[in-house]
Design a protein around this ligand. Structure first.
Ligand SMILES: [Zn+2]
Length: 359
């Protein structure tokens, strides 16, 4: 049973039958009966079995909304997690959530984070049951997001390893175990979220990409890395103001990423100050082109989405371009997120038609 699911969905070179398959970078808003809307780290409103059932119901609703909007590569909308990094870490041993320290996350904002107090390990799978439920609900290709090793270490205080690199290698091994189990239940694309790649360039090039490659070691499904300028929260908006008129952060890491074994690179492209020609540095890779700004409630027009995709097509081959959102949409209202998903699909359709007319 497992094998047939895998064969059916994991066609590595051709995950979708048509050009420009759409996807989202990750999270989608949660229903207000599950968690406080329009917030990050929002506390759950249910408990015990009700919470477990509620998360799975929300997963089904989120999937239905993506399918209704015509999104081609669907996800769980991260309905079962409170936060894209900490929920994964909560399932590991060696991390003390009572013993919290304030650290500067991504060199940018203070956050109270748990402490690594001993060797880290994953006693059991974290998201595999959730992924099975998603797999049972849809025949579309599914993508599952995990935090990347570097972003994980940046969301913790380490009292045990006392080395960012050592801890990142340990997390890479743990992520690899989880990824292999996700692949076995039929996940088509496993994505690692590494916003830290836009901040710690030297570490990225010295060991960050190597750790990421350790996390995908032996996988046969598609693999992706999502690098972005973050959710539309104030700390990120303030940080963006300090970056100047041209955001060239990607330039630092693209040459090494281009040579890496990662299949897909997911990037923020719309309304950002990233010079689009930087995409030339990763030519040959598949690119999830962020054509939806998640830092504003303004819903893009299909033509705006199309413009971003057309600009990216100068540097990304058409068969390697996946229209996507810049980042997760968890902090947005459900209506705004739905509007943005529809705009993404409609914009991709415009460009798909143009490509077909020109062949
Ligand atoms: Zn992001």
């Amino acid at each position: 049973m497992k094998t047939s699911t895998l064969e059916k969905h994991s066609v590595k070179s051709n995950i979708c039958t048509h050009l420009l398959p759409t996807a989202t970078a990750g999270s989608l808003p949660k229903p207000s009966w599950l968690a406080e809307p329009e917030a990050l780290w929002s506390p759950w409103k249910l408990q015990g079995q009700e919470l477990i059932d509620g998360k799975h119901d929300a997963l089904r609703v989120s999937l239905q909304e993506q399918q209704h909007a015509g999104i081609d590569i669907v996800s769980d909308g991260e309905q079962t997690r409170q936060h894209f990094v900490t929920t994964f870490i909560e399932h590991l041993t060696g991390v003390d959530f009572e013993n919290r320290k304030t650290v500067k996350i991504r060199d940018r904002y203070d956050a109270s984070v748990p402490t690594v107090v001993g060797p880290v390990s994953r006693p059991k799978s974290v998201f595999v049951e959730d992924a099975k439920i998603l797999r049972q609900q849809t025949d579309k290709p599914i993508k599952w997001a995990l935090p990347g090793p570097m972003t994980m270490i940046d969301t913790l205080f380490d009292e045990h390893y006392k080395s960012r690199e050592k801890l990142a290698w340990e997390f890479a091994k743990i992520l690899n175990q989880e990824a292999k189990e996700l692949q076995a239940v039929g996940v088509d694309i496993i994505q690692f979220d590494e916003p830290a790649f836009n901040v710690f360039f030297d570490e990225v090039n010295e060991w960050g990409i190597a750790c990421l490659e350790r996390a995908i070691q032996g996988l046969e499904c598609e693999t992706a890395v999502h690098i972005c300028y973050g959710y539309g929260i104030q700390a990120n908006t303030d940080w963006k103001k300090t970056l100047g008129s041209q955001w060239r952060q990607y330039e630092e890491t693209f040459p090494k990423l281009q040579k890496s074994n990662i299949d897909i690179i997911s990037l923020e492209c719309h309304n950002s100050h990233v010079p689009i020609e930087l995409l030339e540095l990763i030519r040959g890779k598949k690119v999830m082109v962020g054509a939806i700004d998640v830092a504003t409630n303004n819903i893009e027009t299909p033509e705006e989405v199309a413009n971003t995709l057309r600009a990216a097509l100068k540097y990304v081959d058409a068969d390697k371009l996946y229209p996507c959102t810049n980042c997760g949409m968890a902090p947005l209202s459900r209506d705004v997120a739905k509007g943005k998903l529809n705009a993404l699909r409609a914009g991709a359709e415009i460009v798909r038609r143009e490509l077909l007319e020109n062949t």
